[in-house]
Design a protein around this ligand. Sequence first.
Ligand SMILES: *Cc1c(COP(=O)(O)O)cnc(C)c1O
Length: 446
Amino acid sequence: MQIQDATTSTLALYGGTPSVQQTPKAIFQWPIITEEDEKAALDVIRRGAMSGTDVTERYEAEFAAWQGCRFALAFHNGTAALHAAMFACGVGRGDEVICPTITYWASALPAFSLGATLVFADIDPLSLCITPEEIERRITPRTKAIVVVHYLGHPAPMDAIVPLARKHGIKVIEDFSHAQGGHYKGQKVGTLGDVGATSLMSRKSLVAGEGGMLVCNDRELCDRAIAFGHHNRFTRDLSVATLREFAGLPLGGIKGRMHQVSAAVGRVQLRDYDERCRTIRQAMRFFWDCLDGAPGLRPHQVDESEGSNMAGHYGARAHYVPGELAGLSVTAFCRALRAEGVAAHPGCNKPLHLHPVFRTADLYHDGRPTRLAQATRNVLQEEGRLPVSEGIAERLLSLPWFVRYDEAVITRYAGAFLKVIRNHRDLLADDPGNPPSMGSWGLSSL
Ligand SMILES: *Cc1c(COP(=O)(O)O)cnc(C)c1O
């Protein structure tokens, strides 16, 4: 009832009282750092053990047990873990890697520095994930790996993707940077394919600090990842005979070791993580219950009846349906929300195939774009070729990421959405429309 009353007043954009007058800190404060994290970090610093591997190896063992897989290998960030995952899968000169165009650049860009090229796939407009149909039509004899991203926590349809990849002898790399601990049909995402890689940076739902983790069940893949970026662990007892003679130096020319302050914090964070995710899901569910039946918005949500979930709702978004709000642009909708005190923005990650790095950049002096120079055919994808991804920004907006369950605060935020929805006609007259490009290349900068 309280919500109903608030929604009838004048929009804050036009001089009314904002729905959210004070930003309550705790409900958005992430990561949740306690004395335990501080003590673990201090211990590493006091021992001068920042560059060691004792804490990191314990973290890896705990991570593997939690993930339910044989191997976990820590890196200094998720980008490096993805880079190593691609190398582990044998991605090399002239190979093609299929990747959704709507994702953070680190899902794709490391392929360039392995001599390979990218073929981007479109996404499903509801799940926002790559689809098996999109993958299948882009497979060629040069396809070496598919990067699957469980985008914004939504699991991708692995039960169709994995058999498809097997049929063609292609490796599946899961980038689960948005979905650590999430489930797809009762199974944990990250090790449904051949190898998984995740970011553990401070804005992701699972946090170590700056950090990344590679997970898999195949010793050979794990050992190739060790050889790529862990020179001090790359020894002659590696399982891959052809690599043994190179022991001691990292084949990727990178030093992938995790900073042990990250490992120490990561160990503490992991212990409480599943519980914190449950709280986040409960809070987001309550938010959507408050908005039940409201026109113009739909949850970005997986069907939970089959044992799937949205993990920690990283980068939570709503689908925006302008047709139900007299065609009001998402730009105008978000502007009105911001005036109400809600930090809402249109879009998500921009489509990578439209960025000049994937169109024109000649990174290694080939005399033509790297994307083409490292390909055996014309893989460029012009504007208009991936229509769902190119149009998705005007149908999405960011939501408050409630990391604690507080009905009073969540109700107030939901009230702001209901107020804008109820008064949407007042916004039509000075709707600026959407700019030609929305969203950002890095999600957390939104
Ligand atoms: C954050 C992120 C990465 C990169 O991880 P870093 O730890 O920032 O290097 C990779 N993929 C996705 C989908 C991400 O969101």
